[in-house]
Design a protein around this ligand. Structure first.
Ligand code: C2E
Ligand code: MG
Ligand code: MG
Length: 681
C-alpha cells in the first residue's frame, strides 16, 4: 500500500539508470521549449520595435524598455542558455548534470513567472490568459516532474496567478468606451477602472475554468511522469538483458575472465593495428598439470575455486594483455614477448602455493609469430602454443616450451597419423612387437605383451608413444587395437598350424575402446575365427582408464572375465587413486608401474614400497608383475620379495615374433615348459 502511494507520488527511490533517462528526456524537451521561447521572444521584440518605429506606441520608449524589452531579452537569454546547454549535454560534451538541473529549474521558474505576468496584463485588458496556460503546459507537461513536485509547481503558480487576478476584471470593452467618451487621460481611465474592479471578484465561470485548468494540467503532468517512468523501467530491463547477453557472449561463466570468442576477435584487431610491434608479441597457452587429480581428490567445487583463482592470477600477471579461458583448465594469453618469461616463471611458483598434497604445475606453451611461416591467425597461433604446451605434458622438469621447427615437424606427423591410419592398417604397416614376461622363479617366458609399432614408408618405425595419444585424441584408437587383436590371433593360429610354441599374449586396451566399439565382442569374434583359446589372450587396462566411465568399464570387465579372459591392471601406481581402483575392481594380474624401479639404486624407500605392493597383491589373490626391469640386481630383489613375474629390457625389448623365435632358438631366452611344445588342445 505504502509502496503504491510512493509510486503514485513519485517519492520512491529510482535507479541511477531511470534518473538518467528522465534527465535526458528533460534535456531533449528543453530544446523544444527553448527554441519556442527564443522564436516567440524574437518575434515580440521585432513586433514592438516595428510598432515603435511606426509611432503606434503612445508612451516614451523608456516605458516600453522597462516594461517589455527587458523581459523579452531576459527570456530570450534564458532560452538561449538552456538551448546551448541541452545541445551540449546531448552531444555528451558536458558532464555536470547538476548544472543542467539548476538551469532547468531556473528556466522553468522564469517561464512561469513571465507566463503569470503577461497573462495578468492580458487579463486586465479583458483578453484570455493563454500565455499562463502555455507556460504551465510547457513546464509541467514537456518536462518530467515527480507528481508531488508537479503538484507543488502547479498549485503555487495557479495560486499566485489567482491571487494576482482576483479583484481585477477583464474590461477591455469598457476601457475603450470610457476612453472614447471622456476626456480622461489613459492613466486616469485606468485608475477609475481599477476602482470599479476592486469592487468585483472573479466570476464563478472563471474560477471553475481555472480549477479545471489546474486539474487537467496536473493530470497531464502525472500521466507524463508515469509514462516516462514506465518507458525508463522497460528500457532499463532491456538494457540489463542486453548487457547480460553480451557479457555471456564474451565472458567465461565460471572464471569471469574473457572467453575465446572475445580473445579471437580482439586478437585479430590488436594484430591489425599499425602500431602493434608484431615481432614482439607472443601467444601463451597455459595448462594446470594434475588438475584432473585435484578435481577427483577434492571435488568439483574445490576444482572450480582453483580455476577461478588461477584465472585471476594469470589475468593480474599480464595487465593490459588479452587473457582468456581456452577450455577446462587451459588459458591463453596474448602479450608482449619481452619480459614474458619472468612472469611465466613467477606464475609457476605461485601455482605451487595452491597444491595441497598433490603436485600442481603450470605448463606453458608459447608461439611467436615470426619467421617465414609465421601465422597471425589467433586460432592457429593458439593451436601452436597449445601443441608446444602438450609436448611437455609429462616432463616433470620442463615447464615452458616454445613452438619451433622441431615441434612443427611433430605437428605434421600428428596430422599424418590421423590422416593415414586406415591406409596403414590396410597396407599392413601396423605391426605387433612382442615383449616377453618372465617368471621370477626360473626366468622362463610365461607370457608376451603385444605392443604396437607403425612401420611407415615415410617416417620409418614409429613407437606407440608417437601415435597412441594422437589416436586417442582423435577417437580412432579402437581401429588400431582391433588390428592388433586380429594380428595376435593370426600369429597364434600360424604358430599352432606350424607346430611352433606360443605363450599367452596380453593386449593393451584403451579406455576409449569400450566407448568407441564393442571391443569385447570383437575379441570374442576373432578368438572364435582363429580358434584361439581364451587362456591365450589377456587384457591390460591402464590404471588411469579406471577413473572414468566406471559403469561401462565395470560391465566390460565383467563380460571379459566371464568369457574366460584374464584382466590385468597396467601401470599400477602411476596415478593418484591406485588403491581405490583395487577396491572397486577385480584383477588377475597387477602390473607394477616401472616408475617404482626408476630410482631403485639411489632411493632407499623403493624397496619397502615394492615389498608392500607385492604383499598386498598376494593378499588380494592377484599375480604380481613388475615392468621396466633393467638390471640383474632389480630382478634379484623382485624375486626375493616374492614378485612372481618380471618384464623389461633385462630380458628383451619388444621385438617382432620372428626375432623372438631366433633368440629362443639360440637359447638366449627360454619359454616356459607349459608353452614350449605345440599346446593346442
Ligand atoms: P605399457 O603397456 O606400459 O608397455 C610397456 C612399455 O614399457 C613399452 O613401451 C615397453 O617397450 C616399455 N618397456 C618395457 N620394458 C622396459 C624397460 O625395461 N625399460 C624401459 N624404459 N621401458 C620398458 P612401448 O612399446 O613404447 O609402449 C608404450 C605404451 O603404449 C604402452 O605402455 C601402452 O600403454 C601403449 N601401447 C602399446 N601398444 C599398444 C596397443 O596396441 N594398444 C594400446 N591401446 N596401447 C598400446
Ligand atoms: Mg601394457
Ligand atoms: Mg605398463
Amino acid at each position: 500500500m505504502l509502496q503504491k502511494l510512493l509510486n503514485l507520488t513519485g517519492l520512491n527511490r529510482q535507479s541511477p539508470y531511470v534518473k538518467q533517462y528522465i534527465y535526458a528526456s528533460n534535456m531533449r524537451s528543453s530544446i523544444v521549449m527553448s527554441v519556442v521561447v527564443i522564436v516567440l521572444e524574437i518575434w515580440m521584440i521585432v513586433r514592438m520595435t516595428r510598432m515603435w518605429f511606426r509611432g503606434e506606441l503612445p508612451n516614451p520608449f523608456t516605458y516600453y524598455l522597462e516594461k517589455y524589452y527587458i523581459n523579452y531579452f531576459l527570456l530570450l537569454s534564458a532560452g538561449l542558455i538552456m538551448l546551448i546547454y541541452a545541445l551540449l549535454f546531448l552531444r555528451e560534451k558536458t558532464k555536470h548534470p547538476w548544472v543542467g538541473r539548476c538551469m532547468m529549474y531556473a528556466f522553468s521558474a522564469i517561464c512561469i513567472y513571465f507566463g503569470i505576468n503577461i497573462s495578468v496584463g492580458d487579463y486586465t485588458k479583458g483578453e484570455q490568459m493563454l500565455t499562463f496556460l502555455t507556460m504551465e503546459l510547457f513546464v509541467v507537461c514537456l518536462l518530467v516532474w515527480r507528481p508531488v513536485v508537479g503538484f507543488l509547481i502547479l498549485t503555487v503558480s495557479y495560486g499566485i496567478y489567482v491571487y494576482r487576478i482576483s479583484g481585477l476584471m477583464p474590461v477591455s470593452g469598457a476601457y475603450s468606451v470610457l476612453k472614447n467618451l471622456s476626456e480622461l487621460t489613459p492613466d486616469e481611465t485606468y485608475e477609475k477602472l481599477q476602482a470599479v474592479r476592486a469592487a468585483t471578484g472573479l466570476s464563478d465561470a472563471t474560477q471553475i475554468n481555472l480549477f479545471t485548468m489546474w486539474l487537467s494540467t496536473l493530470l497531464f503532468c502525472v500521466s507524463n511522469y508515469h509514462m516516462t517512468l514506465n518507458q525508463a523501467i522497460k528500457d532499463e530491463s532491456l538494457e540489463e538483458a542486453n548487457r547480460r547477453l553480451s557479457d555471456a557472449s564474451i565472458y567465461d561463466e565460471l572464471t569471469g575472465i574473457h572467453n575465446m570468442f572475445f580473445f579471437r576477435s580482439e586478437a585479430e584487431k590488436l594484430i591489425g593495428y599499425v602500431t602493434t610491434d608484431r615481432d614482439n608479441i607472443v601467444f601463451l597457452y597455459f595448462d594446470i598439470e594434475n588438475f584432473k587429480y585435484y578435481n577427483e581428490k577434492y571435488g568439483f567445487q574445490a576444482g572450480n575455486i582453483l580455476l577461478r583463482d588461477v584465472a585471476k592470477l594469470i589475468e593480474d600477471s599480464f595487465p593490459g594483455s588479452l587473457v582468456s579461458r581456452f577450455s577446462d583448465d587451459h588459458f591463453v594469453v596474448l602479450t608482449r614477448y619481452e619480459g614474458s618469461s619472468d612472469v611465466i616463471s613467477s606464475l609457476g611458483e605461485r601455482i605451487h602455493g595452491y597444491q595441497k598434497d598433490l603436485h600442481l604445475d603450470l605448463k606453458c606453451g608459447a608461439y611467436r609469430p615470426v619467421g617465414e611461416d609465421a601465422d597471425l591467425d589467433p586460432s592457429v597461433a593458439c593451436d601452436r602454443a597449445r601443441f608446444a604446451c602438450n609436448s611437455i605434458k609429462r616432463h616433470y622438469k620442463l615447464n615452458y616450451q616454445q613452438y619451433d621447427k622441431q615441434l612443427e615437424e611433430r605437428l605434421r606427423l600428428k596430422q599424418y597419423i590421423t590422416n593415414n591410419l586406415d591406409e596403414a592398417i590396410e597396407k599392413g604397416h601396423i605391426e605387433v612387437f612382442y615383449q616377453p614376461i618372465v617368471s621370477t622363479a626360473d626366468s622362463t617366458i610365461v607370457s608376451l605383451e603385444a605392443l604396437a609399432r607403425w612401420r611407415d614408408p615415410v617416417h620409418g618405425l614409429l613407437p606407440p608413444g608417437l601415435f597412441i595419444e594422437i589416436l586417442e585424441e582423435h577417437r580412432q584408437i579402437h581401429k588400431l587395437d582391433q588390428c592388433i587383436i586380429e594380428q595376435v590371433c593370426r600369429d597364434y593360429r600360424k604358430a599352432m598350424d606350424e607346430g611352433l610354441p606360443f605363450a599367452p599374449v596380453s593386449l593393451n586396451f584403451s579406455r576409449l575402446d569400450f566407448e568407441l566399439c564393442d571391443i569385447v565382442g570383437f575379441l570374442q569374434e576373432k578368438a572364435a575365427q582363429y580358434d584361439v583359446p581364451q587362456r591365450y589372450l589377456d587384457v591390460e587396462i591402464t590404471e588411469s582408464a579406471l577413473t572414468e566411465q566406471q559403469s561401462l568399464l565395470q560391465e566390460a570387465m565383467r563380460k571379459l572375465r566371464t568369457a574366460g579372459y584374464k584382466v590385468w591392471l597396467d601401470d599400477f601406481g602411476s596415478g593418484y587413486s591406485s588403491l581405490n581402483v583395487l577396491k572397486d575392481y577385480q584383477f588377475d594380474v597387477l602390473k607394477i608401474d616401472m616408475k617404482f624401479l626408476s630410482g631403485f639404486e639411489q632411493n632407499s624407500k623403493t624397496r619397502p614400497i615394492l615389498d608392500n605392493i607385492v604383499h598386498l597383491t598376494r593378499q588380494l589373490h592377484m599375480i604380481s608383475l613388475t615392468e621396466g626391469v633393467e638390471t640383474q640386481e632389480q630382478f634379484e630383489f623382485l624375486r626375493s620379495i616374492g614378485c612372481e613375474r618380471a618384464q623389461g629390457y633385462l630380458f628383451s625389448k619388444p621385438v617382432p615374433l620372428a626375432d623372438l623365435r631366433v633368440r629362443i632358438a639360440k637359447g638366449e631366452l627360454q619359454i616356459a615348459e607349459a608353452y614350449a611344445q605345440k599346446t593346442e588342445s
